[in-house]
Write a protein that binds this ligand. Sequence first.
Ligand code: SF4
Length: 361
Amino acid sequence: MEPTLHPARWWRPVERGKLLCTLCPRYCLVGEGQAGFCYIRQNHGGRLWSAGWGRSTGFAVDPIEKKPLNHFLPGERVLSFGTAGCNLGCKFCQNWDISKARMDEHASELATPDAIVALARRTGCAGIAYTYNDPVIWAEFAIDVARAARAAGLRNVLVTAGYVTAEARGELFEHMDATNVDLKAFTEDFYHRVTFSHLTPVLETLEWLVHETSVWTEITTLLIPGLNDGDDEIARECAWIVERLGTDVPLHFTAFHPDFKMTDRPRTPPATLARARRIAHAHGVRFCYVGNVHDDEGQTTSCPGCGAVLIVRDWHAIRRYRLDGERCPDCGTIIPGRFHPGRHDGSERRTGGGRFGVTLA
Ligand code: SF4
């Protein structure tokens, strides 16, 4: 499969014909005929190119709760797609078949921005999610699709590890309405050994998103038994979130399952997720959820003002929805997020339903 090469942004020539890619904090030096760590950014003829512009390795219609986003247009569908490659090297990657593939190795289909937008509309989606492999590395393509989506009245959702430079992030997120950022752990040791990246740039991205943009932001931490699920580490993560981001950024603790190069660890017990959620609440995080398990309480949004149950979820489906626009219908407390206008008292139930694959053809 011939990859589609597109002129890359965010690079400059340095010594001896090498190019410095400044898109992500890995700052790869890419020699002639070579690719960066992510596979898809390549030096040909002294210029940097992005392989895979206009190609997708798969589409699916997902409930937005699957991204996961619990405070952004609950119950809506998003058309999800990705390309190939990744700028991190997570040993537990749950999409490793595409994140570890080169664009020319993985089956893909041609997908222009206009065709993707048309597919989103045809499948009744409220927006498009850039996901599966980290969209940071194909930022040029994501931006072009996002522009077309905005023009068509669709929303844009970026699912990312947040490993992007200050130089590039402004233009990438300018076109996004919501994001879920994976905060993979809260130690540099974990980031270094298990993901081949660093913690600090991710924290910087989060602070910038919350304080300097209007992008709705939620955070996910996948808890891996014995690696990042200790009380102290979870407590330090939650304390940092509250101190640096505030109490209103939803935090999702999700369950790990053995995959890729990490098959020697058990699945995350539901009790671990419940424990993490208690720690988050104790530190002042107002909206903490658990994922990849069935847990009614851990997936419910309650009013922080009066305790009323507002949104009841089961995995990715919504079972009950009670909001007056962005307010609790009982006490009027504003629930942070981007919610549907109008009063919904539970009789009008919105549901994200299940996931299904779609193709452009
Ligand atoms: S985007 Fe890819 S090529 Fe550029 S610095 Fe990051 S890993 Fe390297």
